[in-house]
Design a protein around this ligand. Structure first.
Ligand code: PMP
Length: 392
C-alpha cells in the first residue's frame, strides 16, 4: 500500500521534534492505582476522575438498571427518536443542579463547545476569548463566521479594552475556561462578569474541570463565585469528575430551544446511551449526598501542591487539583514523564502545541481517591527524578 507519503513525513517531523507519544494501554479501569499492559502497577496522577466516581456502586447500579430498561443505545439522534425519558430527566436534574432554566446534553464536552459556539455566533457577532482557552473552544469558534478577539490570559485590562472597541457588533460573547486545564488556575469570573455587564456582553464559561470540583457540591465556578443568573452559558463535562462521558450547557430555555433546532453537533449525532444518562443522574445525587468526596479532593490537592513547592518545583499558577510541574522544552518534559512512569508514577507530559514551546510540563492531577501513602510515594518519586533532571 502506498499514498501515505505526506502523512508519514508529517509523523516523522513530530518524532524528530520529540513530540510523538504512543498510546499507553491499561489493563484495568480508571483508579488511583492502575495496571499497565504487561502487568506493572503505577500510581495514577493523570486522570480526570477527580472524585473516583467511575467505580461508585450507585453509578454502576444505575447504569445496569438503565441498560435493562432501555437497552444499550438510544437508537437515534435526539431530534428523531433518541430522546428517552432518561435524557429528559438528566437535563432537568442538571438545570436544577446548576440553578439555570434549562440544560442541554451533548455527546462530549468537546462537541458541546462546538455545538453551542457554532450556533450562537454569527457573522455580525464578536467572540472574545482568553488565549489559554481549551482546544474545543478554539475549534468551536473556528466553526463560526464571528469576528474574533483574543485577550492575554486573565488580563482584565485587555479584556476591557477589547470590549470597548467592539461596541458596534450585534452580540458580544466573552468566553473563558472556568479552571484552565493545563495550568490549574481559576478564571477571574467576577471581574469578567462585571466587565461583560458594563459593556453588554454575554458570558460563556467552560467548567469542564470545575464541575464536581469548585462550588458547593461541585456546582462549578458560577456557584463558587456566587454569580448565579449572571453567566449566560455554563458548559460542563460528564466525563471528568462525573465519571462517565458527555457534555452539557446550562442556560436559558430560549437558548436551549434554539440549539435543539440549530446546533449541528446535537442535530446530527446519536444521543448518549441510556446507561450513561442514568449514571450521570446518580452522580449528581452522589455529589450532593457525599460532600466529603469534594472535601478530600481539596485537602489532597492543597497538601500535595504545598509539598511540591517546598521541594522547589515550579508549579506555575496552580490553585486547583490540576498541578503542573513546568519543565521547559518538549523533549525534556516527555523524558521526565517517561522516567516517572518507570519509577511507578503516571504523570502525563504536556507539550507544544497544547502549551507554549518553552512551557512543556508534566501535569499531575490529584484526586479524592489518593491516600496519604499514595501522595507520599508520589512526592518521593518526584523528588528523586526531579533531582536527576535538575528541576530541583
Ligand atoms: N473543555 C475543557 C476545558 C477540557 O479540558 C475538556 C477535556 N479535555 C473538554 C472541554 C472536552 O471534554 P470531553 O472530554 O468531555 O470531550
Amino acid at each position: 500500500m502506498n499514498g501515505f507519503e505526506v502523512i508519514a513525513a508529517q509523523l516523522q517531523s513530530l518524532k524528530d521534534e520529540g513530540r510523538f507519544r504512543p498510546l499507553t494501554v491499561w489493563e484495568d479501569g480508571s483508579d488511583a492505582w492502575m495496571t499497565l499492559q504487561g502487568g506493572k502497577r503505577v500510581l495514577q496522577m493523570s486522570s480526570n476522575n477527580y472524585l473516583g466516581l467511575t467505580h461508585h456502586p450507585k453509578l454502576k447500579q444505575a447504569a445496569l438498571e438503565a441498560t435493562e430498561k432501555y437497552g444499550v443505545g438510544a437508537g437515534s439522534v435526539r431530534t428523531i427518536t433518541g430522546t428517552l425519558a432518561i435524557h429528559d430527566e438528566l437535563e432537568q436534574k442538571l438545570a436544577a443542579f446548576k440553578g439555570t432554566e434549562a440544560a442541554l446534553v451533548f455527546q462530549s464536552g468537546f462537541t458541546t463547545n462546538q455545538g453551542v459556539l457554532g450556533t450562537i455566533l454569527g457573522a455580525d457577532d464578536v467572540v472574545i476569548s482568553d488565549e489559554l482557552n481549551h482546544a474545543s473552544i478554539i475549534d468551536g469558534i473556528r466553526l463560526t463566521k464571528a469576528n474574533r478577539r483574543i485577550f492575554a490570559h486573565k488580563d482584565m485590562n485587555q479584556l476591557e479594552a477589547v470590549l470597548k472597541e467592539c461596541g458596534s457588533f450585534r452580540q458580544k460573547v466573552v468566553v473563558t475556561d472556568g479552571v484552565f486545564s493545563m495550568d490549574g488556575d481559576i478564571a477571574p469570573l467576577p471581574a469578567i462578569v462585571e466587565l461583560a455587564e458594563r459593556y453588554g456582553a454575554l458570558v460563556y464559561v467552560d467548567d469542564a474541570h470545575a464541575s464536581g470540583v469548585l462550588g458547593k457540591y461541585g456546582k462549578g465556578s458560577t456557584d463558587h463565585f456566587g454569580l448565579h443568573g449572571r453567566v449566560h452559558f455554563q458548559i460542563g463535562t460528564l466525563s471528568k469528575a462525573i465519571g462517565a462521558v458527555g457534555g452539557y450547557v446550562a442556560t436559558a430555555q430560549v437558548a436551549k430551544e434554539y440549539m435543539i433546532n440549530s446546533a449541528r453537533a446535537f442535530l446530527f449525532s446519536t444521543a448518549l446511551p441510556p446507561s450513561v444518562a442514568a449514571t450521570c443522574i446518580a452522580a449528581i445525587d452522589v455529589l450532593k449526598g457525599e460532600p466529603d468526596l469534594t472535601e478530600r479532593l481539596w485537602s489532597n490537592a492543597n497538601g500535595f501542591r504545598t509539598k511540591l513547592q517546598q521541594l522547589g518545583f515550579d508549579t506555575g499558577d496552580s490553585e486547583t487539583p490540576i498541578i503542573p510541574i513546568i519543565v521547559g522544552e518538549s523533549a525534556r518534559a516527555i523524558a521526565f514523564s517517561k522516567r516517572l512512569l518507570e519509577e511507578g508514577v503516571c504523570a502525563q507530559g504536556i507539550v507544544y502545541p497544547t502549551v507554549a514551546l518553552d512551557k512543556g510540563r508534566v501535569r499531575l492531577i490529584v484526586t479524592a481517591q489518593h491516600t496519604e501513602e499514595d501522595l507520599t510515594f508520589a512526592a518521593d518519586v518526584l523528588e528523586r527524578v526531579g533531582r536527576e533532571f535538575g528541576l530541583i
